[in-house]
Structure formats: C-alpha cells, structure tokens
Design a protein around this ligand. Structure first.
Ligand SMILES: NC(=O)c1ccc[n+]([C@@H]2O[C@H](COP(=O)([O-])OP(=O)(O)OC[C@H]3O[C@@H](n4cnc5c(N)ncnc54)[C@H](OP(=O)(O)O)[C@@H]3O)[C@@H](O)[C@H]2O)c1
Length: 306
C-alpha cells in the first residue's frame, strides 16, 4: 500500500507518498481501507516536531488521526464490526497512520457510518466534533440558558461547538473574520463577532468561554468571564483559575462515544459538517499547509482513494 510519510520532523512540504507494508490485523483488530482522512492542527504540530513531549511519535511517521473507509479484513476475535462495514475512527496521534491507504484499528475505536454520510464527511468528525463535545460538556458542563463565547467559530472545532452549544439551549457568541460571519450564524450563533473589527470584550459577561486561539485572545477573554464562569482553553496548557473564575485546559483523547453522537445527530438532520476543501492523496503536504495557515473554514479533507 501507499502511505504519506515523513523521515524527519520539520516542514510539512517534506511529506511524501511512499510504499509501505500492508498492515496485518491482530486477533482483535480489523483493517480499514481508508477512503478519506481529515487534517487537524495537531497533525501539523506533530509533523513540525512540536509535540514530541506529549506525543512521542517515531520516525518514519505517517501523519493523520481521523479517517473513514471500509473494513477489508478482521481478526478472529474482532467482534463488533465486520468486513464491508463503512466506518470512521481516530488513531492515537503517537501512532498516526491515517494518511495512508489502510490502517489497523481496534473495533472499539470505530463507528459504523450511515449510507447518507459520505466518507469525506465522516473523516471530518472524530477529532473536531469530539474535542468540541468534550470541551463544552465534559469540561465546561455547559447548560441551557448559559452564555457561551466560542473563539474561532469557523474552524473545525468551532463549527461543531457552535451547533452543539446552540442545540443545548445556550446563547452562543462566536468569533471569526468578516468573510465567515454568515457561516457562524448559519451554524446557530446568536452573535457573530469579527475578531479583527469588533471588540468581544465589550459583550456582556459569559458563563463559558471556549478558547482555540490562545495568546492575546485568551488573555482578553478573562475580561468577559463572569464570576463562577469557566474559560476552557484547547491551546494553553498553563492556564489557571483567576479571581474566582475557573481556567482550565482541555485535553481530548477519547473519540468513539462522541463520534456515535455525531453520527446520530447527522442522521437526525441536526449536524452540518463544514468542509473547507478536498485534496488528493498526493497533495497531502498542501492539505497540511492549508490547515497550518490557521484559516481553514471547517475541515480540510484528503481523498485517499480517488
Ligand atoms: N487540546 C485539545 O485536546 C485540542 C483538540 C482539538 C483542537 N485543539 C487545538 O485547537 C486549535 C483549533 O483547532 P481547529 O481544528 O478548530 O483549528 P482550525 O480548524 O485550523 O481553525 C481555523 C479557524 O481559526 C480561525 N481563526 C484564526 N485566528 C483567529 C482569531 N484570532 N480569532 C478567531 N478565530 C480565528 C479562522 O477563522 P478566519 O479564517 O475567519 O480567520 C479559521 O476558521 C488548534 O490549535 C488545535 O491544535 C486542541
């Protein structure tokens, strides 16, 4: 099979398609022929060599965590999924392997996807939807009636977070650049804020703030967090409580339960999956570059098989 690979950590332009051994499933594992894979900022950071302490990936490394495809082989004890199933899943970032024609997975890490869901849509879900769900509900315990501010609402995580928060009955404000304000509203934001032209610190205080930007955006967010509120950052791992307000980092690891919820929401017509762009397999470096730009609108997806 073919796999995108890096031989050293550094520029994503060095990602190259190479010949690799076809994976063999263990007794409890399956092989998935990958149809589509989504790019996450984490893939960019691992390829750049910035995540070695948290995710000690070994070289040569095939990047990619989020994938969808068809089960083509199953170990004798694989159980819940079977050959021919259309599935989506997330690989451990240390292992990566999604930007390849096949991957070995444990059935617990896979969710069967409905026929109405394309492979491209399915691949877009695991990390971004899962992170949004985990941050809003497991970490911030968002409830109906609360006010929530979602930074980078047009990004992968933000585009799902807006929908989840809105459907949970929260009053949602979200930030993006001018070109994406309409998208924020379409996804369910009550207030769409241009982070270049508007000052979000002038808004009434929030119960929950989701930070996916960090730096000055995170620092200024404290100004609009009410007493007893929570500021949950996906990008700053040094954040601490401040003046009676909770400040906490979010570290997403477990994708499967949220992925099942995403599939159910999609089936009920309640989930929009925003796809920025589709790349061919041999354009994997360009797909990483698009995400590295910091301005993807929804998810960047690589078509592995076509
Ligand atoms: N800790 C965890 O477990 C965890 C999990 C998931 C993600 N993350 C991290 O969270 C971050 C976001 O992830 P993602 O997948 O959503 O990224 P993404 O899809 O690449 O985000 C791109 C979006 O960011 C927006 N943006 C850029 N600068 C902004 C600013 N100053 N204010 C508001 N929006 C801005 C862009 O909007 P415009 O184009 O309109 O500017 C674009 O739509 C990444 O750093 C990622 O590594 C962490």
């Amino acid at each position: 099979m073919q796999a995108a690979m890096i031989q050293r950590f550094g520029p994503h332009a060095e990602v190259a398609i190479e010949q690799a051994a076809l994976p063999v499933p263990g007794a409890q594992e399956v092989v998935v022929r990958i149809e589509a894979a989504a790019v996450n900022p984490l893939d960019v950071k691992i390829v750049a060599g910035h995540m070695g302490q948290v995710f000690p990936a070994e070289l040569p490394y095939t990047p990619g965590c989020d994938f969808s495809g068809v089960v083509t082989a199953a170990g004798p004890l694989a159980g819940s999924v079977k050959v021919g199933d259309r599935v989506a899943g997330r690989s451990d970032p240390v292992r990566g392997g999604a930007f390849a024609q096949a991957i070995v997975a444990h059935p617990d890490a896979l969710v069967v996807i409905p026929s109405a869901m394309s492979y491209e849509q399915a691949a877009a879900l695991p990390s971004a939807f899962g992170s949004a769900h985990h941050a809003l509900f497991d970490v911030a315990a968002l409830r109906a009636g609360q006010r929530v501010l979602i930074h980078a609402g047009a990004g992968g995580v933000g585009s799902f977070a807006i929908q989840l928060a809105s459907q949970a009955g929260a009053r949602v404000s979200a930030t993006a650049s001018a070109a994406n304000l309409g998208l924020l509203r379409e996804l369910g934001a009550d207030d769409a804020i241009d982070y270049r032209a508007d000052d979000f610190t002038r808004l009434p205080a929030f119960d929950v703030i989701l930070d996916t930007v960090g730096g000055a955006t995170l620092e200024r967010s404290w100004q609009v967090l009410r007493q007893g509120g929570i500021l949950a950052s996906l990008v700053d791992f040094t954040i601490a409580p401040r003046d009676g307000r909770r400040g906490t980092s979010v570290f997403f690891t477990e994708a499967t339960a949220a992925l099942k919820q995403a599939v159910a929401l999609f089936g009920a017509g309640k989930l929009e999956i925003v796809i920025d762009s589709l790349y061919a397999f041999d354009e994997t470096g360009a797909a990483l570059a698009k995400v590295a730009s910091g301005h993807a609108r929804g998810k960047v997806v690589i078509r592995i098989m076509r």
